[in-house]
Design a protein. Structure first.
Length: 396
């Protein structure tokens, strides 16, 4: 039995090393594409002046401490085309309404509208709002992102250039998780969340891009699309019961025959001051969402947590010298991926601050991966749901 465990953990560790090398190759490919074109990864030089009119749809619910700064960043766009921002709330009593009024007063030159979306069309309140907001949009290109996303002044310019190619149906973007700078809000769990985004999730996206010859899904940080492509994919109404609506939008647009491009722009999402419970609920929801969206790819995700596998291999081998050499190689490669993707590609200097937490992050990641197969229940915005075949049903 001990020999079998030793062999198994050795194979898993070596497989994890191979994955890390693929992640480095994916990061190198993306960086090369981004440097070779001023428009960003996957875009062409002659696309740099393309600036179609666009409607930004932002469903909001409640207020958090850093939301307003993200909203302001969307109003300060240096964009050659016209754009409008539509905010959707489920009720006129939502606390976010006063923040939108404040934004309208601060930026009177921006086309900002508030849309009250009273209908609950499915389990996903977010997509229900989006369906109702879409009917109010003026322009032929739509951009959807979350209320906590913060962007640069060139965000719209860099994202929308991708549509100069008529075969592009969606443009999406990488992101980093931004924690509080210091104080009580900078919890261990917030740091682990942000570290996982930059050194675990984003390397996975770049690896998938390399292995699959492009991106075939969307990331919720940015979902820019043409109305024509969205209609060909079946529209938003098909997603009112979907948890991974961002993934599904991109996947359906790709299945409709359009390309999904990964823009060179990197945006920020605010990471709240998670408690242990909040961190676990969010991570398990994320894990089960990915499991349900990419079943076979997710099954192989377990090998990517190579540090805990290498530690187990050391124990299974009776602390053999060769196992320590393998562990050292794993740690070196894992740190290389964290620095290359987290710092080099994403520009996330928080990775340097929290690099020492990588082994703990990988142990939690492996635990969540295993735990995700134990149930189909998730907690989302205080509500409990069952997740089956990508669809949400309320839990009794």
């Amino acid at each position: 039995m001990a020999t079998a465990v030793e062999i198994l953990t050795t194979l898993l560790t070596i497989s994890g090393l191979a994955y890390m090398l693929l992640a480095l190759a994916g990061a190198r490919q993306f960086t090369r594409n981004r440097r070779s074109s001023p428009a960003g990864a996957g875009e062409t030089v002659n696309a740099t002046e393309f600036a179609p009119d666009v409607t930004i749809l932002k469903p909001v619910k409640g207020v958090d401490a850093r939301m307003y700064a993200g909203l302001v960043s969307h109003c300060r766009q240096q964009y050659a085309g016209r754009f409008e921002i539509l905010f959707g709330v489920g009720s006129a009593d939502d606390p976010a309404v006063s923040e939108i009024a404040r934004l309208q007063a601060e930026f009177p030159h921006c086309a900002i509208r508030l849309i009250v979306c009273p209908q609950r069309l499915g389990a996903s309140g977010k997509v229900s709002n989006l369906v109702q907001m879409l009917g109010e949009a003026q322009y032929d290109h739509i951009l959807i992102n979350d209320s906590d996303i913060c962007v640069s002044p060139q965000y719209l310019s860099r994202v929308m250039r991708g549509f100069a190619d008529p075969q592009v149906g969606m443009v999406t973007a990488l992101y980093v998780g931004r924690t509080a700078v210091d104080g009580a809000a900078l919890t261990l769990w917030a740091r682990l969340e942000a570290l996982g985004i930059s050194t675990d999730f984003m390397p996975g996206v770049l690896t998938a891009r390399r292995l699959e010859g492009g991106i075939h899904f969307g990331l919720g940080s940015t979902l820019a699309m043409s109305r024509v492509a969205l209609a060909a994919a079946g529209g938003l109404e098909l997603l009112v019961d979907a948890l991974a609506d961002d993934y599904e939008m991109g996947a359906r647009i790709a299945q409709a025959g359009y390309r999904v491009e990964l823009c060179g722009e990197v945006v920020e999402t605010a990471v709240p001051a998670y408690t242990l419970r909040g961190f676990c609920e969010h991570q398990i929801r994320w894990a089960r969402t990915t499991r349900d969206s990419r079943r076979w790819g997710y099954l192989g995700l377990g090998i990517t947590y190579c540090i805990p596998w290498a530690v187990e291999n050391c124990l299974a081998s009776g602390l053999a010298p060769w196992s320590f050499a393998l562990l050292s190689l794993v740690v070196l490669t894992r740190v290389a991926v964290a620095l290359t993707v987290g710092v080099g590609v994403l520009g996330d200097t928080q990775v340097l601050r929290d690099l020492w937490l990588l082994p703990l992050r990988d142990c939690f990641g492996l635990g969540f991966w295993a735990w995700s197969y134990a149930s189909d229940t998730i907690v989302w915005r205080g509500e409990r749901f069952h997740l089956r075949n990508g669809q949400l049903t309320p839990a009794n």
